[in-house]
Design a protein around this ligand. Structure first.
Ligand code: DAK
Length: 259
């Protein structure tokens, strides 16, 4: 088994599980490379792909951070390079054309909370704990934490969590909008699967375009409202767009082809 195990089911859902339970699934170089490979090209081996779930092995942790033992001896140049690689990897996840859901089955700290935030949604088990404890180590988040936490929960609360390194429980994460749902421990993946199955019945082009257009809101290079107009036009002018309207008028279920 690799450092990230991969399972695929007939609903077109891939489950990626980080297999480092003894290190609470801390993200080392190999794990980051595994994600980079999957979201860059590894996924292409699946003909039908409707969604991806990321989770951690064991019951204690989703990911307890970047591997502290590995990054502790990096110099400035190496650390910056590693951060850039991590950012690029997390952008691949955030910009992926089908939804990616984090099934947060325990601690999601530092680079683990950042990984969960790069996913499109987060399902928290009741025992999950979220936090950005980097300042405890005298460093700042290096995988997008200062940006995505602000995007998800707003500046005031984000700054508090980033500066105090406080851990919050699943209920609080849900209240703040960091977790989409809280479920009984052990049910995280199942809940993520049921959301992905529902999305899997929708038009694939529309799904991809929703992700792309929502992401555009956070890209200062893009006029996101204009982008929505253009992408709306393209979606109407797709086979799926025509099929969706035709199916409604003919009172039948649409058959989408992703074209
Ligand atoms: N890295 C490496 N090993 C870790 C780890 C981590 N982040 N978290 C836990 N482990 C290991 C522990 O060392 C221990 O290993 P052994 O001693 O048994 O060999 C094993 O997992 C079990 O952990 P504990 O014995 O500590 O378990 P407890 O239940 O007592 O405590 C805990 C659970 C999650 C509260 C505790 O393990 C903990 O505080 N973990 C560290 C949390 C943390 O500070 N995470 C790092 C956040 S900072 C960078 C980019 C990004 C970052 C840094 C650099 N560059 C681009 C260079 C991001 C940094 C972070 O993520």
């Amino acid at each position: 088994m690799g450092i990230i195990s991969e399972t695929y089911n007939d609903s077109g859902i891939v489950i990626l599980t980080i297999e480092r339970p003894k290190a609470l699934n801390a993200i080392n170089r190999e794990v980051m490379q595994g994600f980079n490979h999957f979201f860059f090209e590894g996924y292409k081996k699946y003909e039908k792909l409707t969604g991806v779930i990321i989770t951690g092995s064991g019951r204690k942790a989703f990911v307890a951070g970047a591997d502290i033992k590995e990054f502790s001896n990096h110099n400035r140049e190496e650390a910056t390079k590693l951060s850039t690689y991590g950012h690029n990897t997390y952008f691949l996840i955030e910009r992926f054309h089908v939804p990616v859901i984090a099934a947060v089955n325990g601690f999601a700290l530092g680079g683990g909370c950042e990984l969960a935030m790069a996913c499109h949604m987060r399902i928290a088990g009741e025992h999950a704990r979220f936090g950005q404890p980097e300042v405890n180590l005298g460093v700042i988040p290096g995988y997008g934490g200062t940006q995505r936490l602000v995007q998800l929960i707003g500046k005031g609360k984000a700054i508090e969590l980033l500066l105090t390194a406080d851990m919050i429980d699943a209920k609080e994460a849900h209240r703040l909008g960091l977790a989409n749902h809280v479920v009984p421990s052990g049910m995280e993946v199942q809940m993520a699967e049921s959301i992905l199955k529902k999305i899997g019945t929708k038009g694939p082009i529309a799904v991809a375009k929703v992700i792309e257009t929502v992401n555009a809101h956070f890209d200062s290079q893009i006029h996101a409202f204009e982008k929505e107009q253009v992408e709306f036009g393209k979606s109407i002018d797709s086979e799926d767009g025509r099929e969706g309207a035709a199916a409604f008028i003919e009172k039948r279920r649409p058959v989408f082809k992703g074209k």
